[in-house]
Design a protein around this ligand. Structure first.
Ligand code: IMP
Length: 429
């Protein structure tokens, strides 16, 4: 395995669901701290240990490694109820969490009215985003609007009461105007969540100083992104994006460390592409192949169960992701899903409406929506890869496919996954 720096970011380079959880799970073995830097319970990291499968929504997947400290940074929007559900489920499975989980004192709270507003606003919207319904957009709206409630506010019940009442009343008015059901029970739900106040405060930390001190002391840190580059609020396929910055630079602002503390950025890409929710997917497969690959890859959302749309590997997007994130390496996941396909396509450019071909990722969703990918065909390897444990064990054609991905992305491939188990993640080099 290639040497990683003391502080490494793991970031998705497509539309989320790239298998970041799996890569973090493996890399976590060599670090002391794993921290999430953005997003909330919209993420669903599926990790398998032995016969056991876990879906983690908020707690970093490093939690499955004994003794690792797992942090939720200030860039996260924390759904307290969901967080403790996950916390308790892990405890029930015999995982010792004592002293291992920390939540930034600066993190925003995602409260029940955010969830309700997300669902109702999406139902009423003319242009739907296809959100996960977890309240992410409204919670970040409150943060940017300076109406948000932070973990630190839990220390001062009086101030907390005033801030929650103000934010809730405002949202209640919007909900009532939209004809939402469920407004009547909001107070009850908020009380239930805020009753966990002391429990949450016991886990509070200032993640920036904590991580910085750990790095000074020679410890190793992994910063775990959720969603993917194409869902980034600034750099993604706006408006069909999530409401946070998912890209690597946000790992610094979302945890409270300086950008110079980051040594390496590992981008995770699937060997093909998927997208869940609305918005363009330029390298979409035809209907028959889309269904075939969805079944082969089990491409259904970990959070919502929605079917994911499938596309061919899109090097226009991943080259863009390499630039935006400053990637130092990539991990290619789910290579085994392609094992039976006779021929593969790789998008190397987009033909735009005016007939010109570009290798750049368009900023406007209109151009992206009408872009026709320019494909390069590659032969499939038509053989099982799931037993490979070294890169040399892979069929020659599978290795050529990876070489081409590396070439087109301009970034070295450092890991390849050929299955869901830890031993099926192959280090390269
Ligand atoms: P939101 O983050 O729930 O507001 O959803 C905004 C967009 O991001 C929608 O298209 C979602 O499907 C997508 N999205 C959010 N979280 C994930 C994820 O973890 N994986 C894949 N797509 C996601």
């Amino acid at each position: 395995m290639r040497e990683q720096g003391a502080c490494t970011v793991v970031v998705g380079c497509q539309w989320g669901d790239e298998g970041k959880g799996k890569i973090v799970d493996v890399l976590a073995e060599g670090v002391d701290i794993v921290a999430r830097y953005q997003g909330g319970a919209n993420a669903g990291h599926t990790v398998e240990v032995g016969e056991d499968g876990f879906v983690l929504h908020q707690i970093p997947s490093g939690i499955l490694h004994r003794g690792k400290r797992c942090l939720l940074g200030n860039g996260v929007v924390l759904d307290i109820g969901q967080f403790f559900e996950e916390y308790d489920a892990l405890t029930e499975r015999g995982i010792d969490l004592e002293g291992r989980v920390g939540v930034s004192i600066r993190a925003q709270l995602l409260l029940p009215y955010h969830r309700l507003l997300d669902r109702v606003a999406e139902d009423c919207a003319a242009e739907k985003i296809g959100t996960t319904g977890r309240g992410i957009g409204p919670a970040y709206e409150d943060k940017a609007g300076r109406r948000g409630v932070r973990v630190a506010d839990l220390n001062d019940p009086e101030r907390l009461g005033v801030r929650v009442a103000e934010a809730c009343d405002r949202t209640r008015r919007r909900l009532t105007a939209l004809g939402a059901d469920g407004v009547d029970t909001l107070d009850e739900e908020i009380d239930r969540v805020l009753a966990m106040r002391e429990r949450l405060l016991a886990l509070a930390t200032d993640t920036g100083p904590e991580i910085s001190a750990a790095l000074r002391a020679g410890r190793r840190v992994l910063l775990e992104g959720a969603q993917g580059t194409a869902l980034d609020l600034d750099h993604g396929t706006y408006p069909f994006v999530t409401s946070s910055n998912t890209t690597a630079a946000a790992a610094a602002t979302g945890t409270g460390i300086g950008p110079t503390a980051i040594d390496a950025v590992v981008g995770v890409v699937k060997a093909y592409t998927t997208r869940v929710g609305e918005g363009p997917l330029p390298s979409a497969m035809d209907a028959e192949m889309d269904e075939h690959v969805r079944q082969l890859g089990g491409e259904f959302g970990a959070t919502t169960g929605r079917p994911r749309r499938c596309g061919w590997f899109d090097s226009v997007l991943t080259r863009y992701a390499a630039q935006v994130n400053g990637l130092t390496g990539i991990a290619v996941t789910k290579l085994d899903v392609l094992d039976t396909l006779p021929e593969l396509q790789v998008a190397t450019g987009y033909r735009l409406a005016d007939g010109s071909v570009t290798e750049s990722f368009p900023a406007d969703v209109g151009s992206l929506g009408s872009a026709q990918p320019v494909y390069e065909s590659m032969p499939g390897w038509k053989g099982s890869t799931c037993h490979a444990r070294r890169i040399q064990d892979l069929p020659t054609k599978a290795r050529s496919y990876l070489d081409r991905i590396e070439e087109l992305t301009g970034t070295p491939v450092q890991w390849v996954s050929v299955g869901t188990r830890r031993d099926q993640i192959i280090p390269v080099g």
